[in-house]
Write a protein that binds this ligand. Structure first.
Ligand code: AMP
Ligand code: TRP
Length: 325
């Protein structure tokens, strides 16, 4: 069974990325052959500073390794290092209806967010993502819920290819975490925690203990005082309870009991400590890798070598079926 996922080098990772995606990756390493990509070609579909890109890519590699991606078991590499990704994206774009791309929620949202830069890459973003997935004949794609629509489209493209050119790709399945699939922003629980929402809304994986305490203290709560999970009526406290639950492994019901009759203040103070404790091993491991950039570089080079071998094989097969070889 092949498992594949990726993150864009668009900025620092937050606890939403961790609980919604990264944590599952680590578990899945026990179940199959894993490939984890740093998707820099996706990252350039929004405005960015080229001078910062190398550091951003390196930071994502550190995050993967610190979270527990094991380079002896899994393949880690940078998307733009393997040209077959862009090549396959082009081939797949010729069988992808524009209408499918235009109805993608993320495309619509990003078009609003980046009004002055609605480029063709933003529209064909999911085709490149389908290429990432299909190039390795992936079976399982662990992601946060917001990405399900893109994986659904990758399935549609795979089916279309198989019908038109002969059975080639297995149909990739989305793999969602149980409850961490959507972590909300700290100051706006109607929105998902996202890199684009800025520091006050996110807890970054590298935030210091004091920063975490400060952010949790400032996180919005709901009017009614009770600490109770009720996503519809109490979205803010439900989100905080969810974070507490996921980092402590305590059941939400038990946490509610623990804080019965107590105020938000005490709950928030403890929540900050729960997060700090849970992130400590990650932060320590990250520092070790950070001090050893040569090692990280080696891991990425080795990863690209292994991935390229698979990519070239699939590409040859695809081009033959399409009548290009
Ligand atoms: P992004 O930060 O949008 O590049 O997303 C990287 C991965 O993290 C994807 O699998 C997303 O689905 C997941 N993810 C991003 N934000 C959240 C969130 N707030 N809650 C859960 N998962 C998330
Ligand atoms: N679009 C994904 C995101 O924003 C990143 C991504 C690119 C991806 N290619 C992928 C995820 C392939 C899973 C598989 O998070």
């Amino acid at each position: 069974m092949r498992i594949l996922s990726a993150m864009q080098s668009t900025g620092e990772l937050h606890i939403g990325n961790y609980l919604g995606a990264l944590q599952q990756w680590i578990e899945l390493q026990k179940q199959g052959e894993c490939i984890f990509i740093i998707v820099d070609l996706h990252a350039i579909t929004i405005d960015y500073d080229p001078k910062k890109m190398q550091k951003r890519i390196f930071d994502i590699a550190l995050d993967y390794l610190a979270a527990g991606v094991d380079p002896r078991k899994s393949i880690i590499f940078i998307q733009s290092h393997i040209k077959e990704h862009a090549e396959l994206a082009w081939l797949l774009s010729t069988i992808t209806p524009i209408g499918e791309l235009q109805r993608m929620t993320q495309f619509k949202e990003k078009s609003k967010q980046h009004e002055k830069n609605i480029n063709a890459g933003l529209l064909s973003y999911p085709v490149l993502m389908a290429a990432d997935i299909l190039l390795y004949k992936t079976n399982i794609v662990p992601v946060g819920e917001d990405q399900s629509q893109h994986i659904e489209l990758a399935r549609t493209i795979a089916k279309k290819f198989n019908n038109k050119f002969g059975e080639t790709f297995p149909l990739p399945k989305t793999y969602l975490s149980k409850s961490g699939a959507r972590i909300k922003a700290l100051c706006n629980p109607k929105k998902e925690m996202a890199k684009s929402l800025g520091s006050q809304n996110n807890i970054y994986l590298t935030d210091s203990p004091n920063k975490i305490r400060e952010k949790i203290k400032k996180a919005v709560t709901d009017t009614e005082k009770e600490i109770k999970h009720d996503e519809k009526n109490k979205p803010a406290i439900s989100n905080l309870l969810n974070i507490y639950h996921l980092f402590s492994n305590k059941e939400i019901k038990d946490i509610e009991k623990q804080y019965k009759g107590k105020g938000y203040g005490e709950f928030k103070k403890d929540l900050a400590e729960v997060i700090i404790k849970a992130l400590k091993p990650f932060q320590e491991k990250r520092k070790k890798y950070e001090k050893n950039p040569k090692l990280v570089e080696q891991i990425l080079i080795q990863g690209a070598k292994k991935a390229e071998k698979i990519a070239k094989q699939t590409m040859k097969q695809i081009k033959t079926k399409m009548g290009l070889i």
